[in-house]
Every structure is written in structure tokens, then in C-alpha cells.
Design a protein around this ligand. Structure first.
Ligand SMILES: [Zn+2]
Length: 350
């Protein structure tokens, strides 16, 4: 209680302006997301609530470092929101909720417990974002308070034991079709959008309505995740598709990110270099021509591929007898409609 009071006082004195700008999501705690933040809190509470149905199966030590991956690794921000009100049609978080649920189910069925914990860590991010009312609509006023609000909540959810009383198990409601389940969450969340934005902009955290909405939102997120964990434990199919991205081809290329499947491959191994192309909103862009240039010590092969609807182009090659200990950089050059973006990755044969 005392610590919380101090935190609240400190926040009051800092005022909202002094808080750093954050990603468009519940914040992720310190250390680039791998500290404990709101997304971690939601999953930790969900696992606690699911234990009421003997379904607290998540290995939190494995899962929690991944709750921030959508913000810090995937950057797929289009899928962190769902705006279908007031004439908007933007974002598709339910699609990711559905596909990560399906992946977790597949991994559990194959007894890949570690992978399943990683999957639900990621799943919890998209579920949590949908339960942040500000992820269900957009207004100019919201833009001025979004990050500050999330940072305030982040400072209240700094460990699994923070605010435990805010998450009460409301019983198991089978999610059924997981996409529909996620849309229902967004609808419930959206009911609080206007009041949250208006009151937070006017009074900050020092407002009973803001606090009540926050408590309700976090409770909703924890219970929704608990329902999904229980459904996974029961092996409920979820009716989801495992489909990927959904680039529609009309977007402009804004960014390419490059990665490699193995940073220290043995000689004669196959290595896959991957380029992920996104537009300004983080949505995958299809139809991008991507040239991969593999700079070995003595040769520089190139290969050009085209991204599909997931915005990804993958180039797999055997590295042959590449010189051990010599860093092979892989240049990635992505071009669409005259716009070129570059990135690089690489590996060191061992
Ligand atoms: Zn997010």
C-alpha cells in the first residue's frame, strides 16, 4: 500500500508530460520490453486464474520474455488494434489472436511445451492490446494521451503480485470461435473508449472513471487469457485459421527488416535469410522484389525473390565450405514502385 501511494504521488508530481513516449500498446516494462510490464502482468494473472480450472500450465519463465515480441520483434502494429466504429476500418488484432491460439494448440498437441508457452506469451500481447480501449478507435485527443496512459498503467503493473485484486476469475466461458471471441473483447473494450480518453485527458490518473475503466480492462484481459489457456488445456479447436499476414498489394513499402536462421552455422549447412517488408503502419507488403547479396570472402552470389501476402521473402542457400570465422554479411535490398529500402544481416560459419 505504502509503495503504491509513493508511486502514485511520484506520478502526480511528474505529470503526464514527463513520461516517455512508448509504443502503441500497453507498455512493456523496462529493458526494451523484457522487464516486467503490463503485458507480463496480464499473462501472469491469467495463469493464476486458469489454475482454478487446473489449467495454469504456462511456464512463465519461458513465456514472459515473449509478451513484448509483437512490439519489439514483429513490429506488426496493424495487428495490435481493431477499429470498426465511427466509420473506421483499420487493424486486425483478432486475426493474430486466432493464429497464435492455433499455433499454441498445435504445439501442445505435439507436446512441445516450451514452444506452447512462447506462443501464449505472444498471444497474450494481442489479447491485452484489444483490452486497451484506446486500441479500438482513434481521435486526435487520444493521440495526445495514449502513450502517457499506458506508461502510467505500466508503473502500476510491475510484478505478478501487483494489483492482484484487480483480476478476479469470472468462471470459464469457452471461447468457441477464437476470432469471434477476440472481436467480442474489442467490442466490450470500445464501450469505454470515449470516457477513458476524455477523462484521462482532463484529469490524468487522478480520476475515478479512469481507474474504474483501467481495472475493468485489465480484469477483462486476464479473464480472456485465462479462458484461452483453459481452452488450450482442453484442446478446444478454436475454429481459427492459421493464415498469415494479409497484404493486399496496394500499400507503399516503408521498411524492410532482415534476419538469418542461424548466426553460427556449420560448414555445408543451409542458411535462410529472411526479409520482412512492411508499410508505414506495420502491415505486410506483398509483391516487393527483394535482392539478397551474400558477401562471402571470395564470392558474392545474389538472388532476387518476391514477397507474398505475409510480406516475407526467404532466401535459403547451402553455405558450402564457407571460411570459418569469417563474417558473411547479407545485404537485403527491397524495391516496390520505385521505392527501395535496405537492411542487412549475416552469419559467421563455425
Ligand atoms: Zn502491441
Amino acid at each position: 500500500m505504502r509503495t503504491r501511494l509513493v508511486v502514485l504521488l511520484a506520478l502526480g508530481m511528474l505529470g503526464v508530460l514527463a513520461l516517455p513516449a512508448a509504443a502503441r500498446a500497453w507498455a512493456n516494462g523496462p529493458d526494451g520490453g523484457n522487464g516486467f510490464g503490463t503485458h507480463d502482468w496480464i499473462l501472469a494473472q491469467a495463469n493464476r486464474l486458469a489454475a482454478a480450472k487446473r489449467a495454469g500450465w504456462v511456464d512463465l519463465a519461458v513465456a514472459l520474455p515473449h509478451t513484448d515480441d509483437p512490439d519489439t520483434v514483429f513490429h506488426d502494429f496493424y495487428y495490435h488494434v481493431y477499429e470498426r466504429w465511427n466509420g473506421h476500418h483499420y487493424g486486425d488484432a483478432p486475426k493474430k489472436v486466432s493464429s497464435w491460439y492455433a499455433k499454441a494448440l498445435t504445439d501442445r498437441r505435439a507436446k512441445r511445451w516450451r514452444a506452447a508457452s512462447v506462443d501464449v506469451g505472444i498471444l497474450a500481447h494481442y489479447v491485452g492490446d484489444l483490452c486497451q480501449p484506446m486500441h479500438t478507435d482513434q481521435t486526435a485527443l487520444e493521440d495526445t494521451v495514449h502513450s502517457s496512459y499506458e506508461d502510467v498503467v505500466d508503473n502500476l503493473t510491475t510484478s505478478a503480485s501487483s494489483l492482484q485484486s484487480w483480476a478476479h476469475f469470472d468462471g470459464y466461458q469457452p471461447p468457441g470461435n477464437v476470432t469471434g471471441f477476440a472481436v467480442t473483447l474489442a467490442s466490450a473494450s470500445h464501450k469505454d473508449y470515449s470516457a477513458l480518453v476524455r477523462d484521462y485527458a482532463a484529469h490524468g490518473w487522478d480520476d475515478a472513471t479512469v481507474r474504474a475503466i483501467t481495472r475493468r480492462s485489465l480484469d477483462r484481459a486476464a479473464n480472456a487469457m485465462a479462458d484461452l489457456l483453459i481452452a488450450l488445456r482442453k484442446g478446444a479447436p478454436g475454429g481459427g485459421s492459421t493464415g498469415g499476414g494479409g497484404g493486399s498489394g496496394g500499400e507503399a513499402l516503408a521498411q524492410v527488416a532482415a534476419s538469418v536462421s542461424n548466426a553460427h552455422p556449420a560448414q555445408y549447412a543451409s542458411v535462410t535469410a529472411k526479409a520482412t517488408c512492411t508499410d508505414a503502419k506495420g502491415k505486410p507488403v506483398s509483391g516487393v522484389k527483394v535482392t539478397f547479396t551474400w558477401r562471402y570472402k571470395t564470392t558474392t552470389p545474389e538472388e532476387t525473390l518476391t514477397t507474398g501476402s505475409s510480406g516475407v521473402a526467404s532466401c535459403t542457400r547451402s553455405i558450402g565450405a564457407a571460411t570459418t570465422g569469417y563474417y558473411v554479411s547479407i545485404g537485403v535490398s527491397a524495391t516496390l514502385k520505385g521505392v527501395t529500402k535496405t537492411a542487412s544481416t549475416g552469419f559467421t560459419p563455425r
